[in-house]
Design a protein around this ligand. Sequence first.
Ligand SMILES: [Zn+2]
Length: 672
Amino acid sequence: MINQLLPDGPLPSFSSIEPAQVESALRQLLDQNRAGIAALLSSGADGWDTLVVPIEQMHHRLARAWSPVSHLNGVMNNEELRAAYNACLPLLTAYHTELGQNAELCAAYQRLADREGTTLPPERLKVVENALRDFRLAGVSLPPERKQRFREVMERLATVQARFDENVLDATNAWSRPVADESELAGLPAHVVHRAREAAVAAEQEGWLLALDAPTYQAVLTHASSETLRREFYEAWVTRASDRGPHAGKWDNGPLMAEILALRHEAARLVGFGNFAEYSLATKMARDPAEVLDFLQRLARVSRAAAGREFAELEQYAGRSLSAWDVAHFSERMRHERLQVSEEALRPYFPLPRVLAGLFTVIHRLYGVRIVANPSVEVYHPDVRFFDVLDRDDTLRGGFFLDLHARPKKRGGAWMDECVGRIRLGGNSALPVAYLVCNFSPPAGERPSQLTHYEVLTLFHEFGHGLHHLLTRVDTPSVAGINGVPWDAVELPSQFMENFAWRDEVLPLISAHVDTNDALPHELLERLLASRTFQAGMQTVRQLEFALFDFRLHAEYRPDRPPRIAETLAEVRDMVAVVRPPEFNRFPYSFQHIFSGGYAAGYYSYKWAEVLSADAFGAFEEQGVFDQGTARRFLGSILERGGSRDAMEAFVEFRGRKPDIEPLLRQMGLAA
Ligand SMILES: [Zn+2]
């Protein structure tokens, strides 16, 4: 039967995707997979070729079929497609839950591991080990009653986490601040004032109406001259969905936080872990809770002193002691006065075509691959271009869709996603294809889009993920590219790549004034480099406060007493914070990363991966940014290997030792 989601060729046919047919096409694929798995099990298959290869092929096919739907939903959203997409999500979730709890399938993998475990090549062993681990994490081998309870806990968790999000959203939307006197808006950027005026008009009010969305909140805290306005915004923001503040008790997430922590703890215990922190680490690079806590505490010891000095300097600059709602405002003023570097002023030096050409040169010099536009490939929007990635000998290695400009119906932010994964198994072969997406402003007429340096970093970051996906040599899809890479290591190649965009050797390749072609002036560059380390200590301790709070909350949970949310936060702040928030601060009540997002007992991953990437880049600083030997080792040990081996082993192979925090401290200007 022909399935519209699976064209004959190697690339998706975007134009033949009919939203109305998507759900039935997906159902067909899922049913085929179910039937395929049942047939494998009834035949007693339990070998690499007879069991794992067909399953990998099925899931490669499913991922390839679903990828363009999910991608178009993100970048070319419309009602029909969104409806189709939303109808498919529960089908996929149900399929994966079913798979994870399929005891017969697990037993077949187990037989394979028992019989051939020691003789399987490392890549295959990793695939089998990951599968067995995921079965265990899904509660596959529990007795029926506990298996049922595990499912209930996970379902309830999904519901409660969604309610947590809704409360934050409702509380955010419920608050706004009317402004009658224009002088109160002093300092705010024109576009914020303009939006506030439009909001007032829409609400049939005089004056201006400031909403509590994140960009407005940030703008008020950073730029508003009025301390009263800043304080009101601060209070509204940090008491959202809590028992304090302007809507105290109305969307109180307090009971939900307690329930979420209890459910996570129960789920972790059901499948054999001591607590949820241990459960979280089962799929990560960090080995155990002690290693994570030790890591965070070491970073805290070094950055706390610097943060204290920076805060004292800031108060001296302000000429008074500062409250939590003053810090961003005076920091921005001091930064502006001392460094005189504005992102806007840098734009003309980074026209997009120049940045891209320079980036491709950097990639070529590092890894020998060439990136060449291929206009013959069907794209889904005129802004989008397709590029081939060619090896040293001009053989095709992969390709990517490049979608860089903001437009209506396109999700904000920047990301890399898999379009096609690499596979070479049992007569099935495909080269990796990626989507690389940013939201830069579009070209204005004949003038190319011009980037801020921050946007240049974003582009390098996403290309780091892209290279991880595209340069993989792994043949088995579930551990090829970024698949199977632990959450706390997956940002290594991306953050690593950002480092190049700060270097003297690279900036001349990616910058040239849009009108004069002049190089980036040296003193502008110096100020840009200085801005990288501005208040690095304060920024670090803030991240550490979140990470320590998150991790300790999950690691120290005990079912025989109420969760110590406020107490844990206070203890962590005693240890790391330099800015002491007021008593009414209820920041955990809207901390979505850990209560409703994917970062539960995993917020430390941000810093963990920063250490890895800075340390990996340190090897290039030692040997030269374009040193061939170093680049070849990074390619061979990290980029090409994907998730096919242990992340720590891969790092040690590249660096010759375990990760060290010193290079990150140096990079941030925090080294002793
Ligand atoms: Zn990233």
